[in-house]
Design a protein around this ligand. Structure first.
Ligand SMILES: [Zn+2]
Ligand SMILES: [Zn+2]
Length: 146
């Protein structure tokens, strides 16, 4: 499963290859920076996921956006994420987390402002696949290869 690839237009080619969770800022409760790669055409992109649970009771707002980032920006992101020992821990204090978790004096996360992120694009799940095979109906199935 993956997202629509804006390069080769594969419906679900774009997959999350790397992801790092960052501490909440003045707007969001969850922030994740990701590197996406298309398994069909090898296209690479950056993505940012932000989620806020501070609205009205029961409302959850989230935003997941892809970016046509330059190779240099992707390379920096990949190196930073790879260098972190615990990328799933928003509270990690490593150099990568300090760099990618940077925020303004007002407390707004702005760590990617000086990355060449490029034009944003919407991340669309391919939800057109048949859903008549619930996962729990296959007790004997083993994990899929890649
Ligand atoms: Zn592609
Ligand atoms: Zn870290």
């Amino acid at each position: 499963m993956g997202f629509f690839c804006p390069s080769c237009r594969s419906a679900h080619g774009l997959e999350i290859r790397q992801s790092i969770a960052l501490p909440p800022d003045s707007r969001s409760d969850e922030i994740m920076v990701q590197v996406l790669a298309c398994r069909e055409c090898k296209y690479e992109a950056a993505a940012v996921y932000e989620e806020s649970r501070r609205g009205e009771l029961g409302s959850e707002a989230w935003n997941h956006t892809g970016y046509r980032a330059s190779h240099a920006a992707l390379w920096r992101l990949m190196n930073l994420i790879s260098a972190c020992p615990t990328p799933k821990m928003a509270g990690c204090q490593c150099a990568s987390h300090r760099r990618l978790g940077r925020r303004s004096q007002r407390g707004t996360w702005n760590a990617l402002d000086d990355f060449d992120l490029g034009a944003p694009f919407g991340l669309v799940w391919d939800d057109t696949r048949p859903t008549d095979l619930p996962a729990d109906c296959h007790p004997g199935s083993h994990e899929e290869e890649e």
